[in-house]
Design a protein around this ligand. Sequence first.
Ligand SMILES: [Zn+2]
Length: 451
Amino acid sequence: MHDLGIEMHELIRDLYPICRSLTGNGVRKTLKILQQQIPITIHEVPSGTPVFDWVVPNEWNIRDAYVTNSKGERVIDFQRSNLHVVSYSVPVKERVSLSQLKGHLFTLPDRPEWIPYRTSYYNETWGFCLSHKQFMELKDEAYDVCIDASLEPGHLTFGEYYIKGQSDQEVLISTHICHPSLCNDNLSGVALSTFLAKYLSQFSLRYSYRFLFVPGTIGSIAWLSLKESRIIKIKHGLVIAGVGDSGKSTYKRSRQGNAEIDTVVIHVLKHSGQDFEVLDFTPYGYDERQYCSPGFNLPVGCLSRTPYGRYPEYHTSADDLSFVQPEHLADSFQNCLSVINVLENNRTYVNQQPKCEPQLGRRGLYRAIGGSGDGATAQMAMLWVLNFSDGNHSLLDIAERAGLEFGVLKTAAHALEEHGLLKEVSPSTHSKQPKKTPRRSRKMGRRKRVS
Ligand SMILES: [Zn+2]
């Protein structure tokens, strides 16, 4: 897992210098780099396309931007940091006084070394962001301002990668790709989603998985609008955002609040051995706002570490390559993988010997699982599974009730199934899939701890 953390961090390093925005070549370049890892399909939606109550905006591209003083020196230079330009600034080339310039400048007086990140997506204006220290050094003189950008009809670009499973029911993993040189928000999510997709693509899976790399808000709205007929296939979903900082894991529940994904993520965090926080749904945040809008109300939660806005580095130049660390990326990856492991294996069984306890010893079942760790816990897990496998309790329901980790119950259930004591129920929602756990997806469980 440590190596994977380093690989994710290296991908973030490669993507960091690119100037991404809602639209434009930065997003395309980012997706092309991701295609070196996974075969993402790149979609282009024309500007002006109506998507529910919104319209796909004009495409923004930037080549250069600067402010020069009377000596011709670049006192603010886009080439040094793409955060210096307010994203979606309209092109400008003019000479202005200091007071005129100040009306277009943004700083963080309480963090004088940091450059803020600002956008002006839906209001045509221009602006520069700079450290307050730089700002204080500006002299009262004339400045030449240049933003060599274009804002004209083009496309909104997003990426999609679909892994076909045995069932056409889907798990949606969505992450936003519209931020420039910022690492936790949200190159961490881009890197984690990419490596998670790459990892999962090796296995035969129960669910199909759809990975979305979309610009925030308008990207998910466009996707929901264009793919509305497919939405019914989504059974579980996660928005992945801000997963590389040193804070504890945070899970924001779906609007439904008690969907299977909510129970699964909270179960995984509870058994991760680390501190975590669970937040109720609010209609603010990342793209879960769109997936959980009342017209869809999809079971989509949001997994992050420190929530957005709760760390001072958020939306500033301090959200840099040192703010995200391989170990935290790896830890978040492990949690996502554990969530998928539970989703893939959360099945409902019926006890085939329900009248009194079956004799486990005669079938060698104590021995079968006794050697794999804590024998007493394993035995207890078998008793829980046998007692509550009445067709109405999933393995996760039983795990929660027993206070045991899902994996222990999964192992117990597999052993009981192999000895004919359990039979899986095929719920109508899963009617298209084979009854038996496929060998290869079990393998995923065994390989849970990759390194
Ligand atoms: Zn953001």
